[in-house]
Design a protein around this ligand. Sequence first.
Ligand code: ADP
Length: 463
Amino acid sequence: MSRASFFGRFVALGTRSDRNPPAADRGWPATIRATVTGYYRRFGSHDPFASTRRRLLAWNVLVIALIVLIIGTFVYLRVAKSRSEEVDQELQAAATSELVRFAGHERSEQETYPLEGADVFLIVSDTRGRILLDPRAASPSGFPVKASLDLAMAGRPNFASVAIKGTSFRVYSAPLYDRGQLVGAVQAGKGLADQERELRDLLVTMLVGGLVSVVLATAGGFFLVELALVPARRAFARQQQFVADASHELRTPIALIKATADVLGRDPDQPIRANQGLLTDIEREADHLGRLIGDLLQLARLDSGQLEAELVPVSIGDVAQEAVAQVQRLGAARGLRLGVTGQTDLWVMADLGRLRQVLLILLDNAVKHTPSGGSVQIHLQRDHGAARLVVADTGEGIAPEHIPHVFERFYRVDKARARADGGVGLGLAIARELVELQGGRIRVESVLGKGSSFIVWMPLARG
Ligand code: ADP
């Protein structure tokens, strides 16, 4: 079902008394606004979805906050790791270049060292711990880091992190060999203040960004939650309207039966024969009530998904013929010509009983709304992989303003007349639900004073 028809249908059913144009034509924000305001107008300040809305919003914010937290933590840890790897590589490179220099005897006390970063310092110590070289002579106090240097002297190059006077440093120490002989160790070090500041800035930026995202997510959440609740609100409003309409429809025949019984009871000695008319009234109202309850039950089953269609290949021509035969007597009594024309050999996928019910609803309506001398015809033809069945009458037709509503529940063009005909305004609503249940589509075309065509498309059976 397309979005337009889906929402058009919800709006049509949900706001029966508003008679708005389909909300889908007015864009999304207007759709939501119309639904929400229409809803509040109808149900007042009591919103049965309030707790659902709160819960949805809370979940929305929680999920977004969690996502932001996870992504933020991931990014922070990645940056922190790559920065510390960079420092380690820098230190290792500085120390290694010194080792190479030492091994090549290129060293001289005056030499200026091309150290990687101005903040990298190098210290060379002999095996007894005497500083042989401190090219910048300004390596921070507390250096070299003895534990790391000793480990290097033991032949184990190593990294170490130390804090000296509240400042973090990273050092790398490696053993120093001269012609295969251990002569000392080299230690490269670097203060981490810059890295730490960079990471702190990143953390602050991410915290602010995360907070802003959560605030925006909360604001957007209000909108999204309202959007998500639109179908639920419509369904709820539709259900409320349905219950109200059904109660009203049920009350009328019961009131009539009761009033008639009252009249009968007023003169208990009268023979039944004298009150035949009243008894017929009771019978008619009881029939009406029975039909109404049957229809309501069927709609309730359709709504709850209990009604299933058992789709099998069905000869739509045969079903049409049978249905026409069934209303033939009624049609003939009204002086109507009934018949089936077109491609009567088409097979469709349908539930036989439900398809029959649809055709009977359409034929019954056509017969009821066509004056004597007119015709009611079923025309069949293949139409793009579907069978197109048209129930066309030459009756009174339907005025354009009523056409969009005739498939709504309890909608009758002429209430008083429909009631006299035994109609409750549920026939076409049921017909449409049944057609859609079988994977078909139904629509109406009508010209006031000329006649109506109810068109049903059913999927063709393969082969
Ligand atoms: P009802 O049970 O009252 O017939 P339906 O749902 O079958 O209710 O039809 C809804 C309304 O649509 C009817 O009240 C009638 O006014 C109109 N209608 C349905 N079929 C036709 C038709 N073939 N010609 C003219 N009006 C029709």
